[in-house]
Design a protein around this ligand. Structure first.
Ligand code: AMP
Length: 134
């Protein structure tokens, strides 16, 4: 059981901002900037790719509204949504969560973006593999 399941169960306190049948949103205890919010499904799955359509839809429905609330509460006009999957991708808590991280001056998410260039043959192969997997 992860710490987020214990928060959902009410065993551990949180600064709750929003809750419905499928979703809970609360302030991150180690914020990258003021207003850093976590949005989690109540369904206990580690990674996004494991999530049911129902939980995924419930999160998708509420994310824009929560982003607007974060913006209004903090005055931020820019923000990042971050969603890590797997320890190698910086996931520390193995329960699906979306970060809403306001960009407030230099505070917020630092992004390292080492862009390559897309090779046409590789693109064709990837499209066909992904389409076959859908
Ligand atoms: P990630 O690296 O995407 O797994 O991020 C996990 C996030 O959960 C971090 O930003 C932590 O600060 C946050 N976190 C861990 N425990 C708690 C907690 N008890 N309440 C609120 N946020 C937490």
């Amino acid at each position: 059981m992860t710490i987020f399941s214990r928060i959902i169960a009410g065993e551990i306190p949180c600064h709750r901002v929003y809750e419905d049948a499928h979703v809970l949103a609360f302030l991150d205890i180690g914020p990258l900037s003021d207003g850093h919010l976590l949005v989690i499904p109540k369904e206990a799955k580690a990674q996004l790719d494991q999530l049911s359509d129902e939980s995924a839809a419930a999160i998708g429905r509420v994310l824009p509204r929560l982003a607007r609330a974060v913006m209004q509460a903090t005055g931020a006009t820019a923000y990042n949504i971050l969603q890590n999957n797997g320890a190698a991708a910086h996931q520390a808590v193995m329960h699906v969560h979306f970060h809403i991280i306001p960009k407030l001056g230099s505070a917020g998410l630092g992004v390292g973006w080492n862009a390559g260039s897309l090779d046409a043959a590789r693109a064709k192969e990837l499209v066909s593999r992904m389409q076959a997997a859908l």
